[in-house]
Each structure stands twice: as structure tokens, then as C-alpha cells.
Design a protein around this ligand. Sequence first.
Ligand SMILES: Nc1ncnc2c1ncn2[C@@H]1O[C@H](COP(=O)(O)OP(=O)(O)OP(=O)(O)O)[C@@H](O)[C@H]1O
Length: 118
Amino acid sequence: MKKFLKGFYFAFNGISYSFRTQLNFRIHCLISLLVIAVCFYLGLTTAEWLWIIAAMAIVFMAELFNTAMETLVDLVSPKFNPKAGLIKDISAAAVLIAALMALITGILILLPKIIHAS
Ligand SMILES: Nc1ncnc2c1ncn2[C@@H]1O[C@H](COP(=O)(O)OP(=O)(O)OP(=O)(O)O)[C@@H](O)[C@H]1O
């Protein structure tokens, strides 16, 4: 049981580190809170909530993996190395893809409701 709870502590430590060091992570948190507030206001169906939550989770996961990748690259290759740069660029590209998917999901679900509500 202690080991199980320790796992949560380590995971929270990773989230806390990303939040403290990554501006993008903080921006994702802020956007997510705003989107959740809008979703409550507009009244989403269960299926719509699931899409929004899935899109957000994918963005956060991509951001966390990206932070891990950056930290790993800085550890093994602190000096300039084209391959180290490429790894960081590819990792950042994964975040971009996730963010675009989230943006499209948000537009498809929220825009018709916003237009209908106004
Ligand atoms: N060791 C390195 N060798 C070569 N290029 C690097 C190296 N480190 C970073 N780069 C290049 O600089 C870019 C920015 O790297 P950096 O580590 O500042 O990432 P970042 O996304 O700005 O991270 P952070 O949010 O921590 O500032 C990378 O995407 C990569 O192209």
C-alpha cells in the first residue's frame, strides 16, 4: 500500500516539475480551465464531455512526455548536438499534433453550441 501511494507521489512530482518549469504546461492548464468552464456553461452531453476530456488528456500526456524528453536530452547531451536538437524538435512536434487535435475537437463540439447560444 505504501509503495502504491509512493507511486502517486512520484507522478505528482513529475506534474509539479512540468508545471513549475514549462510555460506551455501552465498555458495548457489555463486553457483547460477556461474550456471546462465554457463546457459547463454550454451543457455538454456525456459523449461530448468524453471527447473534450480525451483531447485535454492527450495534450497533457504529450506535454509531459515532451518535458521528459527535454530533460533526458539535457542529461545525456548537454552540449550542442544536431541529433539532440532533432529529438527535441520531434518531441515538440508531438505536442503540436496533440494541441491541433484538441483545437479541432473543441471547435467541432463548442462552436455550433456557441453560435446556437448567441
Ligand atoms: N543539445 C542541443 N543540441 C542541439 N540543439 C538543441 C539542443 N538543445 C536544444 N536544441 C534546439 O533548441 C530548441 C529549443 O530547445 P530547448 O531546450 O530550449 O526547448 P524548449 O522547448 O524551449 O524547452 P524549455 O521549455 O525547457 O525552454 C530545440 O527544439 C532544439 O532545436
